[in-house]
Design a protein around this ligand. Structure first.
Ligand code: FMN
Length: 303
């Protein structure tokens, strides 16, 4: 018998534990639906706020050893347009999570409410963007602000709220506890790590935004460590993300404590087929090791 790949966590039910990470395939509904048809259990939208943003000048996405640096500046068309994209994805029968951000707690809450109105089954709070001043890590590095933003969103929406954490902190456990105390239903860990590259010929930073977020394989072991630590600090479920590119990376993340995983850069590298490759590989691993369901491996490495 095939092992059961379905997962249920934080009030979210998915056919399998792989989710398209935020920001990877842009803002269009069509491409999010394509990821789900290719095997993703759910999709997360590009992060959006009340009035949208233009983003930074190029180069904003560059390859570095083991991954990529991006400093896009969270370009998005704003919450009203994104509500319609969410609606289109939801109407296609695809489980969709709305990723939102803001300059203050009330903007987070307004954007989250728009996502819910569009039919998102959950919202994810991006308090962790490393390259846009005031909206990202300035919130995500401060426990009191994380709790405040989470509380404001919880007061406004009925769907589950996931809080996406930054690894650019001294203690990720402390921030996870703050999100939990604010009423978060789950944690997403992690967003990109802050990095930079220098153009040695020009003798200046390569990225238009100077610093950027590191993603891809170089981030993976850091992400596994974060999930493992957060798992021990809070009772709410975790969605693991960072450098997963094959079934082994996904299984590793779940054994570290993640109830589901998100995949970003690997989709850029290998295409949307990566979702089916991962679920097929996971299924084979579970069968060979006599697990009846994927839920059985969650947190196994903490025993
Ligand atoms: C080009 C690009 C854009 C991203 N945009 C967002 C975003 O809008 N919101 C967000 O929460 N994370 C964003 N991320 C972070 C990813 O969702 C993910 O947390 C990170 O890339 C680590 O996973 P990966 O190594 O599988 O890519 C972005 C990452 C990349 C590479």
């Amino acid at each position: 018998m095939e092992p059961d790949l379905s997962v249920e966590f934080a009030g979210i039910k998915l056919p399998n534990p792989t989710i398209l990470a935020s920001g990877i395939l842009g803002v269009s509904a069509e491409i999010m639906v394509r990821a789900a048809r290719a095997g993703a259990g759910a999709v997360v939208t590009k992060s959006f706020n009340r009035d949208g943003r233009e983003g930074y000048h190029n180069p904003s996405f560059i390859e570095v050893p083991g991954g990529f640096l991006n400093a896009l500046g969270i370009p998005n068309p704003g919450m009203r347009e994104m509500r319609e994209e969410v609606r289109t994805v939801a109407k296609a029968g695809v489980p969709v999570i709305a990723s939102v951000f803001g300059f203050d707690a009330s903007e987070f809450a307004e954007a989250a409410a728009m996502g819910e109105e569009g039919g998102a089954l959950a919202v994810e709070l991006n308090v962790s963007c490393p390259h846009v001043e005031e909206v990202g890590v300035e919130i995500g590095q401060r426990p009191a602000r994380v709790a405040e933003v989470t509380r404001a969103v919880k007061a406004k929406v009925r769907v589950p709220v996931l809080v996406k954490l930054t690894p650019n902190v001294t203690s990720i456990e402390e921030i996870a506890k703050a999100a939990e105390s604010g009423g978060a239903n789950g944690i997403t860990a992690i967003n990109t790590a802050l990095g930079m590259a220098i153009d040695v010929d020009a003798a200046k930073p390569t990225l238009g935004g100077t610093v950027g977020g590191l993603s891809g394989p170089a981030l993976h072991s850091l992400a596994v460590r974060c999930v493992f630590q957060v798992k021990q600090a809070v009772k709410i479920p975790i969605v693991g993300v960072g450098g997963i590119s094959d079934w082994r990376g996904a299984v590793e993340m779940m054994m570290a404590g993640a109830s589901a995983v998100q995949i970003g850069t690997a989709v850029t590298n290998h295409g949307v087929e990566v979702f089916r490759e991962i679920t097929t590989g996971m299924s084979k691993f579970l069968t060979e090791n006599h697990y009846g369901s994927v839920g059985e491996i969650v947190g196994l490495a903490l025993r």
